[in-house]
Design a protein around this ligand. Structure first.
Ligand code: UDP
Ligand code: MG
Length: 310
């Protein structure tokens, strides 16, 4: 029998956990021809998530859990789950039921048939999301797809079912700054996209503030594109060129029309403009340098405090 591992990152999810467990329990009843294991990652929750997971493990041995020593973020949670998964197929799913478990049988059939290595999902609407957030999200996808060669699909969720080969490929990418949406695309493999209408959270609140999402998007761009570095050089060249033209213009003006001293405001503007450009350039280089710095430290992506085996 095939084993499907379901990886579920959880951060302060005491409210949605019971509903989620009920759903997947129903699902396993429907899919009796496969074995399941559920790997819950407690990402340093401060509520009752961990005690609840311990309770579920006592009740149902298919439930496994990994508890982090503090909050390391969803990316770290997914990585820990993929590493721990023993299944022939591995799914990643949110605990808030925004990733409908009812899609899993169809996903499994598709991957099992051998034509695809992975079934991924994307939502076609962003209903129930603040409009400003949707706007920035759309812009982010446009920009990152222009800048990088990893194919990152707008509206793609992390909800997917993958064949073992693909999971191993993902685990072989040992970067510290992980941006899964990029990594999934970068490893390639044949992916089928399932579309569904956005579902709202069953309970609790989203764990992503606008600022957190903004930082995450910057990480995504830096992890999968070096275009900003080129852009700052191009900007430097452009400004040099403009300055050269300007210098010629003033020289000619001086020769033919004399030079009544003026232009103090122009001077200030030019100095401030150049200062700004230089700061942007240094900032961009700095961002990449900081990422490189973190990569070279080779720190672990997460630290485990306890698992169900303890
Ligand atoms: N999550 C996590 N660590 C975090 C933030 C979120 O493990 O630091 C989990 C969370 O419990 C949920 C999933 O990631 O299962 C998606 O989070 P959320 O629903 O808050 O994001 P949204 O669906 O609003 O994008
Ligand atoms: Mg959610």
């Amino acid at each position: 029998m095939d084993l499907i591992s379901v990886v579920v990152p959880c951060y302060n999810e005491e409210e949605s956990l019971p509903a989620f467990y009920k759903e997947i329990h129903k699902l396993t009843k429907k899919m009796e021809s496969v074995n399941f294991e559920f790997i819950f990652i407690d990402d340093g929750s401060k509520d009752k998530t961990l005690p609840m997971l311990k309770y579920l493990h006592r009740k149902d041995k298919r439930v496994r859990f990994i508890s982090f020593s503090r909050n390391f973020g969803k990316e770290a949670g997914m990585l820990a789950g993929l590493k721990a998964a023993k299944g022939d197929y591995v799914a990643i799913m949110d605990v808030d039921l925004q990733d409908p478990p009812s899609l899993l049988p169809e996903m499994y059939q598709t991957v099992k048939s051998g034509e695809y290595d992975c079934v991924a999902t994307r939502r076609t609407t962003r209903k129930g999301e603040p409009p400003i957030r949707s706007f920035f999200a759309r812009m982010f996808y446009k920009i990152i797809n222009k800048m990088s060669d990893a194919d990152i699909v707008d509206g793609a969720r992390d909800f997917r079912l993958m064949r073992r080969k693909m999971v191993d490929a993902i685990l072989s990418m040992q970067e510290y700054n992980r941006f899964s949406k990029g990594i999934f695309g970068w490893v390639g493999f044949k992916t089928k996209w399932l579309e569904y209408v956005n579902v709202e959270r069953v309970a609790g609140e989203t764990k992503w503030s606008f600022w957190k999402l903004f930082k995450y998007s910057m990480e995504g761009i830096m992890a999968f594109s070096t275009t900003p570095l080129y852009l700052s050089s191009i900007m430097g060249f452009a400004v040099c060129f403009i300055t050269f033209v300007l210098a010629c213009f003033y020289a000619i003006k001086k020769i033919f029309f004399g030079d009544p001293t003026a232009g103090f405001p122009t001077l200030i503007c030019v100095i401030a403009f150049l200062g700004g450009i230089q700061l942007i350039g240094i900032g961009v280089v700095g961002m990449y340098l900081s990422k490189t710095y973190l990569e070279t430290k080779r720190r672990p992506v997460y630290i485990i405090r306890e698992t169900e085996e303890d």
